[in-house]
Write a protein that binds this ligand. Structure first.
Ligand code: GAR
Length: 192
């Protein structure tokens, strides 16, 4: 099984979905470590409850972004990870880190990329009056939310939707999509 490190900043529900999927005996990847840039991220506790190694690193404690990201790389290397999954990791990553893991690092983003890169995607979709929305798992490349798509899932935008109802509808799909995309990657069915 391929070894996977997950980067989070908060709740970690996508991380949990990956952990649950990896319990299936035929799943091609296992989550060996979870790294957060926030010490208070609830997802760290969830990972620990599953006996998974965790680490937290505050970028503000480092003299530079490069040193922060080099330390993340050292931790991921100590876990001997084959792949890195960004799962609600809310920091923009520098080029050195991205290139170090390019082809082996993927992200889940709550929109139908290339639509709605960046933050507040659900509110922006509602404000635009779009009829559909969704989520994307993509390879991470130096441009923010720009790497090639692996998989997407679509949901309808319904009358009366609020950012909260739309967020919830997309999140259900994220939790199915991310394990599928990671399995494809770990089986070598997709590459950058
Ligand atoms: C998810 O909806 C994820 O797609 C999004 O943050 C949420 C994290 O939730 N990611 C981004 O917006 C990345 N720019 P989670 O911590 O429960 O997985």
């Amino acid at each position: 099984r391929k070894k996977v490190g997950v980067l989070i900043s908060g709740r970690g529900s996508n991380m949990s979905a990956l952990i649950e999927a990896s319990k299936a005996p035929d799943y091609p990847a296992e989550i060996v470590g979870v790294l957060s840039n926030k010490a208070a991220a609830p997802g760290l506790l969830t990972a620990q409850e599953h006996g998974i190694a965790t680490a937290s690193l505050a970028q503000s404690k480092f003299p530079s972004r490069e040193m922060f990201e080099d330390t993340m790389t050292q931790i991921l290397e100590s876990w001997e990870v084959d792949y890195v999954c960004l799962a609600g990791f809310m920091r923009i990553l520098g080029e050195d880190f991205v290139l170090r893991w390019q082809g082996r690092m993927v992200n889940i983003h709550p929109s139908l990329l290339p639509l709605y890169k960046g933050l507040d995607t659900h509110a922006r979709v509602l404000a635009a009056g779009d009829a559909e929305h969704g989520c994307t798992v993509h390879f991470v490349t130096p441009g923010l939310d720009e790497g090639p798509t692996i998989l997407q899932a679509r949901v309808p935008v319904l009358p009366g939707d609020t950012p909260e109802t739309l967020t919830a509808r997309v999140l259900v799909e994220e939790h199915k999509l991310y394990p599928l995309a990671l399995a494809m990657l770990a089986r070598g069915e997709v590459s950058l």
